[in-house]
Write a new protein. Structure first.
Ligand SMILES: CC(C)(COP(=O)(O)OP(=O)(O)OC[C@H]1O[C@@H](n2cnc3c(N)ncnc32)[C@H](O)[C@@H]1OP(=O)(O)O)[C@@H](O)C(=O)NCCC(=O)NCCS
Length: 344
């Protein structure tokens, strides 16, 4: 009797199973989450030699992303019954961010990843996203090859940084120059509905000044609507100096025990290092209030002043990934802009 190759993804007769790409439905959500956890768990185990207990340290990506951008979420389904891969994508105005993408390990190298990425590309095109980006593992030839096939170019490193929060009094930021009113921090969730709309428009003006057409409103609204955390507004008098989309642990993108900033920007005309330092100190104060152990801040090394400031503030690099970009405004970043953003 001929032995059959025991390889999932190939039937005993050697027939490649039929895999279809379709949009995520509500009933898929837990399964998609399992596929992501399982796949990244396998990948990290191969990289690190030990399997992490949770691939994302308790951070969640699937449910709220689907609620925020259902048309950007795709699964690969085998024979109409088994989900074997998934890709999530979101548009921030003209910027399309792809990821995470995952294909169950036993199904690798059968073009499923490419079919998922193609679906996300079409979604970006339908929504007129002119700059597409993702982050990936710079040491993996496969990942670099795969994204290159779609025209993504490797750019700079993005660093996920963190700092343990002291139990004592909050770290003092550089004192503002004596004549200046110190900035205050407000929470988006405390605003009346009409004020929220106006604030979103003010925030849009900031992101638009950083990258033409970039709009983070969806991220702010989902954090507010599902109480995933809050958006912090740094103000001086009537001026909005900056904002930070903040996730708190539970069902958000914050890992267990950590306050996580998904996106922070200081309005370009206000880009003084002391504004970023004061914002970071205020965020740490919030972390203390919430009783978390760490603050996690992502920074793209093209934003060199922001990167340097975080190191000065005592942040350490937990890990790095490389940013890949394609399309118009591919090199839009101004190294002096004070932006912390995460494209995972
Ligand atoms: C990355 C991932 C989604 C790719 O999915 P996949 O279904 O295996 O990808 P595909 O089969 O569509 O494409 C892989 C391509 O890489 C090529 N490849 C495989 N190993 C390679 C290597 N060592 N060097 C160069 N190219 C390689 C394959 O030949 C194929 O290209 P081809 O079709 O032109 O021959 C999958 O490996 C995965 O889930 N990894 C773990 C999670 C992860 O890293 N996600 C992405 C984070 S950015």
């Amino acid at each position: 009797m001929r032995a059959t190759v025991d390889r999932a993804g190939l039937e005993p007769q050697g027939r490649l199973p039929k895999v279809q790409i379709r949009r995520v439905r509500k009933g898929d959500l837990s399964k998609v989450r399992d596929v992501m956890e399982q796949t990244f768990g396998d990948f990290l185990e191969r990289q690190l030699g030990t399997r992490p207990r949770q691939a994302f340290g308790g951070a969640q990506y699937v449910h709220h992303r689907w609620l925020m951008e259902p048309w950007g979420c795709f699964v690969a389904e085998e024979d109409n019954s088994k989900i074997v891969g998934a890709a999530l994508a979101v548009t921030w105005g003209t910027v399309g961010v792809l990821g995470p993408v995952a294909v169950l390990t036993n199904y690798h190298n059968q073009t499923i990843g490419q079919q998922l990425i193609r679906a996300a590309q079409e979604f970006f095109d339908e929504n007129k996203a002119t700059l597409h980006g993702c982050v990936t593992y710079p040491t993996s030839p496969k990942h670099l090859y795969l994204y290159h096939k779609f025209g993504y170019r490797p750019k700079n490193l993005g660093a996920i940084m963190s700092r343990a929060i002291d139990r004592g009094p909050a770290r003092a930021a550089t004192a503002p120059k004596p004549a200046k009113t110190p900035p205050t921090m407000r929470r988006f969730s405390t605003l009346e509905e009409a004020k929220k709309k106006a604030t979103l428009a003010r925030i849009h003006r900031i992101t638009n000044a950083i990258c033409r057409g970039m709009d983070l409103s969806k991220e702010i609204e989902i954090v507010d609507g599902l109480a995933l955390g809050d958006t912090l507004l740094l103000e001086r008098g009537r001026d909005l100096i900056g904002f930070a989309i903040c996730h708190t642990p539970g069902v958000s993108e914050a890992p267990t025990g950590a306050l996580y900033i998904k996106f922070l920007a200081i309005d370009p005309p206000q880009r003084k290092v002391e504004n970023l330092e004061q914002f970071v100190a205020a965020i740490e104060g919030l972390g203390q209030e919430l009783g978390v152990q760490r603050v996690i801040l992502p920074v793209y090394s093209r934003y060199w002043v922001a990167y340097d400031t975080l190191l000065q503030c005592g942040y350490q690099v937990d890990f790095t990934m490389i940013r890949m970009q394609r399309g118009k405004q591919e090199d839009y970043e101004n190294p002096a802009d004070l932006v912390l953003d995460d494209w995972r």
